[in-house]
Design a binder for this molecule. Structure first.
Ligand SMILES: [Zn+2]
Length: 519
């Protein structure tokens, strides 16, 4: 397998409020892909950040009666601070408001599109949703309300710069239809294709400085206008590697990457799959190769509000959840329970149930059982049976096959952006290993060995060796998904001191009291 250079990004949330579990979903998914590619030997650069230049930040600061910069600083730090509680491994974090790499890149992108003849001034009047930072056509507003926010858009009339999106419709349709710009899942790709086929209208790419409250990046050569925040925000994907600063990283990590992968939520698909590639086409820069789309989470049946708050008693705060239930349990729920297509409903009780069933019972029991058996019957030393005299305990083949199949199944599932299928492939090994213990009954083999049955002794050696190797394989397989738990399993089977460490639970059961506490 040839190694690739892979660039991975999440969207950059606006920071008018604190991070919620929906943000954690995308960050964790991106982290799994980044870790998976690194372990496969690929060169990886994974990036996240915050959209500091949104008008929503200005409005949130006004509502709180504080300085915009202070609000942005506070909330952007909270987003960057998700790395530790969620065990994220991103390589770069860009803040569009303060990062010196960003503005020169956005300006360069603007000038490149202007040089292509794709930017022009036009008097415009339309319906604008500040929540979306987007103009809507009346036909797109059921009951006159924003489909994302359920709020009434405001009527805005001004002269703005427009981007000639219409000019790029044919090429975009061709690139997406042919899969050169791949959008997963297919339902999302078809949605984009029919949107393009319906005709693309040029979009307003600037705002009057007055309406933007002076917040944002001025249009080069036209200080009365501020660059549209979506243009500004989308630019982060290339400004961070150095599109505007001439850094070598741009050639290495964007232009020269084999894969340029964006993870996005379904609500911002149009910006990433239509506006962004069109801007890059106009500027003559390479397009993303993959756009991976996830759906939304609800919390206890309620939509997460713009402020990150939810109705009812459930919390949507990923830091609080990681604090209460641990990083592994939070990551596991997001990866194991959230479907590839369709929204998922989160409750703390579901998280606890899933963690207890899989991590404490299925996997945790397996690991402590195997370590305990190795200690009880082989003084903590994993046997190294002679393959030529192996006696083949029942079920051996099924477990060996599950171990052998799993890496390829995980790779295929992750390539299809299918985290549930990927985690299911890992879980087949856990299930087979537990079944193997039940079928071989090592304690009976040990009893027979003590009575002088040498064949039973060899079978016991073989069983313990196979189980220990399956557990070590699980540590490898789980590393992208649950890096912390994988590390504890690796440590449990580290015999560099001559014997395995004493058995310790790798994932203690989450107590029902904790569930009550959360309810
Ligand atoms: Zn809206």
């Amino acid at each position: 397998m040839t190694n690739e250079r892979v660039y991975l990004s999440t969207t950059i949330p606006y920071v008018n409020a604190r991070a919620h579990l929906g943000h954690a979903l995308e960050l964790v998914q991106a982290d799994v892909l980044a870790r998976h590619h690194r372990l496969a030997g690929d060169q990886v650069r994974s990036q996240t950040g915050t959209d500091d230049n949104s008008l929503k930040n200005v409005l949130a600061a006004e509502a709180e009666g504080i300085d915009v910069a202070a609000l942005v600083d506070r909330n952007a730090s909270a987003f960057a601070g998700l790395a530790q509680p969620l065990s994220l491994s991103f390589d770069d974090f860009i803040r569009t408001g303060s990062d010196p790499r960003h503005r020169p890149g956005v300006e360069r992108l603007w000038r490149a599109c202007a040089a292509s003849g794709d930017l022009y001034r036009k008097q415009y009047e339309g319906l604008y949703c500040v929540g979306c930072e987007q103009f809507y056509r009346p036909a797109e507003l059921p009951g006159g309300l924003c489909p994302e926010h359920g709020t009434k858009p405001e009527r805005v009339a001004e002269e703005n710069w427009f981007f000639r999106l219409s000019r790029h419709a044919g090429r975009l349709h061709d690139l997406i239809g042919s899969g050169r710009l791949r959008i997963e899942p297919a339902a999302r790709r078809n949605e984009v294709l029919s949107f393009i086929a319906g005709g693309l209208e040029d979009f307003s790419a600037s705002r009057s400085t007055a309406r933007a409250r002076g917040w944002g990046i001025p249009v080069p050569g036209d200080p009365g206008q501020v660059i549209y925040v979506w243009w500004d925000a989308l630019g982060n994907y290339i400004t961070a590697p150095g599109y505007g600063t001439g850094a070598e990283d741009y050639g290495r990590w964007w232009a020269g990457a084999d894969r340029r992968i964006h993870l996005v939520g379904k609500g911002v698909l149009r910006f990433h799959a239509v506006y962004w590639p069109a801007i890059l086409l106009s500027a003559g820069e390479p397009l993303p190769t993959d756009i991976l789309v996830h759906d939304y989470l609800t919390i206890g049946g309620s939509k997460i509000s713009k402020s990150g708050a939810v109705a009812g008693s459930e919390t949507a705060d990923p830091v609080e959840l990681a604090d209460r239930y641990g990083t592994d349990a939070v990551r596991w729920w997001l990866l194991r329970e959230v479907p590839r297509v369709g929204d998922a409903d989160f409750t703390a009780a579901r998280l606890v149930a899933r963690a207890n069933e899989d991590l404490a019972n299925g996997l945790g029991n397996l690991v402590s059982r195997v370590v305990t058996l190795v200690h009880r019957y082989r003084q903590g030393r994993v046997p190294r049976p002679d393959e030529s005299t192996a006696a083949a305990a029942p079920g051996r083949r099924a477990l060996a096959a599950a171990c052998q199949r799993a890496p390829e199944r995980v790779a295929v599932a992750l390539a299809a952006f299918h985290f549930r299928a990927a985690t299911a492939a890992v879980w087949d090994v856990v299930d087979e290993a537990n079944r193997y213990v039940e079928r071989t009954e090592p304690w009976l083999l040990a009893r027979a060995e003590r009575r002088g049955d040498a064949a039973a002794g060899r079978l016991l050696d073989e069983s313990l060796a196979l189980l220990a190797s399956a557990c070590s394989e699980l540590a490898v397989l789980l590393a992208p998904f649950l890096p912390d738990l994988a590390g504890r399993i690796r440590a449990a089977f580290n015999d560099s001191a001559g014997a395995l460490p004493a058995a310790e639970p790798v994932f203690p059961r989450l107590e029902a009291a904790v569930i009550g506490d959360a309810a």
